[in-house]
Design a binder for this molecule. Sequence first.
Ligand code: SR1
Ligand code: MG
Length: 424
Amino acid sequence: MPEAGTPSSYRILDTASVPAFIASLPEVHARLGGQARGWQVREVGDGNLNLVFIVEGPSGSVCVKQALPYVRVAGSSWPMTLERACFEVSYYRAVASAVGRLIPKVYHYDPELYCIVMECLAPHVILRRGLILGQRYRNVGRDIGEYIARASFFTSDFARPCEQKLEGIALFARNKELIRITVDLVFCDPYRASARNRHTAPQLDEIVADLRGDGALKVAAARFGEKFLNEAQALVHGDLHSGSVMVTEEDTRVIDPEFAFYGPVGFDLGAFLGNLLLSWYSQPGHATRADDRVGYQRWILEQVELFWQSFRSCFLALWADNAQGDVLPASMFTRPEDAGALESARGAVLDRLFTDMLGFAACKMIRRIVGFAHVIDFDWIQDSDLRARCEGSALAMARTLLTHPAQFHSIQDVADALPRMLRQ
Ligand code: SR1
Ligand code: MG
């Protein structure tokens, strides 16, 4: 039964009702082919919020994603706006021309069912699951760096007139219930008593108490919370962790942008970096006799470096050709002798994004270990002592990133620091 307060036209879909819904959409029906009664439907959602169905027909398949009127993992005790589906589809539309093949194609949006019908990504897998299995995806770091560069540059003041950006800010500012989730679960709850928090206990009890008693750390995390709420630099995905990326050996796609809003570019950069670092620290928990995962950790670090380098070089290349916005416009730097000043101003912007990326990465790492929503990279480590060691090392790294940012001048500094934080 839908929650009280949901529109009367809304109903929760299930495997039995999805075929009739799809059959009512002639173009999608044609894509699947055959008759609705012959289609195979599976519910495959494993995220925290929504229903996801895969529908397969004789000529093709589609993915159907529906918002529930509550948080899926918490049940009806945590009501949640259905409008998130509308923000997700609005984000896809806003970045589609900038990012091209890096997002799935959207075939249909139903505003009454809060449901998106889109390209079924197969044989793609969720990156987080691939990382747990020790799989390598040669393009993923480079592709996600390019993705964030393209999506953020073309929605920023560096590329667009401010009027367009202000309209975007107004639209996505209405995504306030999901912004509230991030404020609470990323920037506040991990650092205070909250019934929603959990951690591996008793092994991490002392570390968690120490973290919640560390004033400097809490102030640093709050500074990034303030940035999150105040720096409307560009349209950001808002939840770009390794569970929001689907991959094959060659191909990379970004999914699940329901948390989208105008915010700091470093928030998306930090989400992806932080989740790669969590994966790196979780690897000893997935080692076997045949594979100690040390080589795999090296591969993750290569991806970390490729990710940042690809973001940086792509952002600068786009800027060189598209400086038509209101901040540092090319029209202000037309004399040959202006070139040096312009180049160093752009370099300074990239340096600030690097610093922001590290701080947001740290916040994202901490929330996944001591907050409400954990990650299977750690949760699937059965031995709780081993899991706590992996999590403790990741927490040590995150705390250093937040409280000693001056130690990190380059992405290589980050890579070099990771093994120094390992706990025995
Ligand atoms: C209540 S939703 C919990 C988390 O799941 C999403 O993936 C976001 O990261 C959110 O914070
Ligand atoms: Mg998600």
